[in-house]
Design a protein around this ligand. Sequence first.
Ligand SMILES: [Zn+2]
Length: 240
Amino acid sequence: MISQLRRCTKCVLPETHETIMFDEQGVCNICRQHEYKQTEIDWDARKKELDKLVEEYRGKYDYDCIIPFSGGKDSAFTAYYLMREYGLKPLLVRFHHGFLRPQLYENTRKLIRKLGVDLLDFTANWQAVQKFMLQSFLEKGDFCWHCHTGIFAYPMWVAIRYNIPLIFWGEASAEYTSYYQYDEIEEVDEKRFHRFVDLGITAQDMYVRLDGAVSERDLKPFTYPPIKELRKMSMDVCNP
Ligand SMILES: [Zn+2]
């Protein structure tokens, strides 16, 4: 029964939430991470690290960086901050998973006009996506395999294609899970991708399971690029 689930005494997340643990006070590890974020991190020192990173890449390529961009608050703020605070020229890259709300288009239109920024919008083949959704739902109870993998893999392909080695993600996963904690720098890399993004189903697994219903090319936007392609650019991927 859902009412019998143990819950965090602070944020009410249930015991079924991924990576959750409770301490003696019944407070969850994700709440504790937030306390750490508010009190323990030297944000002035982090800002200096960010300054250094930005200067390393500024002006070297057609764009200074990529910002994977849904149009939600996190990626919109990341774009706003990097442009207003640093004067960067980013390329916003949106992987459209097929479920964006109408209001989001309007918000995006306003934001990109006001900031004066380029947006690359990609929508994957819906017929293939429907097959991924069904397979993922039957196997994992989560139909959004294409969202998770596409959001994190597709911008990496764009980085390779446009030769833009710096990517800024809008959120740290420590905001809502404990795969990574705020005391470590979370690099958005292939290890992280297979650790929890792809639900334990790689694009190759999906190809085999769908048994000819989609092509390997259909799966490319959902595949993490080969490490040797990424190394060519000496990727630097971080959460601000
Ligand atoms: Zn909590």
